[in-house]
Design a protein. Structure first.
Length: 278
């Protein structure tokens, strides 16, 4: 007697195929469920990578992150806000901190708000300066990184830019400074003058000039359309052996000529500057 067994072939649902593919992906490196899912996963990974330096599937999930301002100056503040959850529940998130891009400097720890999973951190110009001294000629562009951790130590991060500026001036030790006029920082931070600073120079108002055979500051200033007036500006003239010494932000090694009508020393390769008013 011949027994015939028949099998009914049941259609396989798309979900079953997806589950099979998922298992294969877990067991075989590089294997994925189907080409479309691989493309979608690649796109999702690319998007995540643009925001996170490292994507950990077990890490907290930063739903949103941003700052109240993209640029601040002295006396101003900025607040960073984030909404964070976790695959194991929002209670698994233990907190976060705001770091420099190289993670050497910590600017502060995020505090939780009334809403579950909401975090914020307010930083003033002074707070930023205390963490890393603010010194620049025109402006400074920072990239600040918010890092959040769960109880297992998994991390997620987001970054935001912040521009520090002084409306065109420089910053010296966190203080907005006019390098063109500040006698304590004339031409550069910390360059102190014993006389007023004008146009970033510690001496006089007139530019350096090669001393001719015979001249006085009265004659030189008159030729520039001004007048010699050393009061409050130091000596009538400062004379140097070379042009680069005369052009230095904090000149040294000069010969002082006190009177406007006195002959400015004339010698080989002599350069001078007179204290002239417009």
């Amino acid at each position: 007697m011949l027994l015939l067994l028949t099998m009914t072939r049941r259609p396989v649902s798309s979900r079953s195929w997806w589950l099979a593919g998922a298992v294969a992906s877990a067991l075989v490196p590089g294997c994925s469920a189907d080409p479309d899912s691989r493309a979608d996963a690649h796109a999702e990974t690319a998007d995540a990578s643009s925001a996170d330096a490292f994507v950990d599937p077990a890490a907290p999930i930063v739903l949103s992150f941003g700052a109240s301002a993209t640029a601040i100056t002295e006396g101003q503040s900025v607040t960073f806000s984030a909404v964070v959850t976790d695959p194991d529940g929002v209670d698994d998130v233990v907190g976060g901190a705001l770091l420099s891009l190289d993670e050497v400097t910590t600017y502060g720890a995020f505090a939780t708000a009334a809403d579950e999973g909401a975090y914020s951190l307010a930083l003033s110009w002074r707070d930023l300066d205390a963490a890393t001294p603010i010194d620049f000629d025109l402006e400074e562009n920072l990239t600040l990184v918010a890092v959040f951790f769960d109880q297992a130590g998994h991390r997620a991060e987001r970054s935001a830019p912040l521009r520090l500026h002084c409306d065109g001036d420089a910053a010296c030790d966190g203080v907005c400074t006019d390098l063109q006029r500040d006698p304590d920082s004339c031409g550069a931070c910390g360059m102190q003058c014993g006389e007023p600073c004008d146009l970033g120079r510690c001496h006089g108002r007139a530019p350096c000039f090669a001393v001719p055979a015979s001249t006085t500051c009265s004659a030189h200033c008159a030729a520039l359309g001004g007048a010699c007036m050393p009061t409050g500006c130091g000596p009538a003239a400062l004379v140097y052996a070379a042009e680069d010494e005369c052009l230095a932000s904090a000149p040294v090694g000069y010969v002082a000529i006190e009177a406007c009508d006195a002959e400015v020393w004339s010698g080989s390769d002599a350069w001078a500057t007179c204290c002239c008013t417009p």
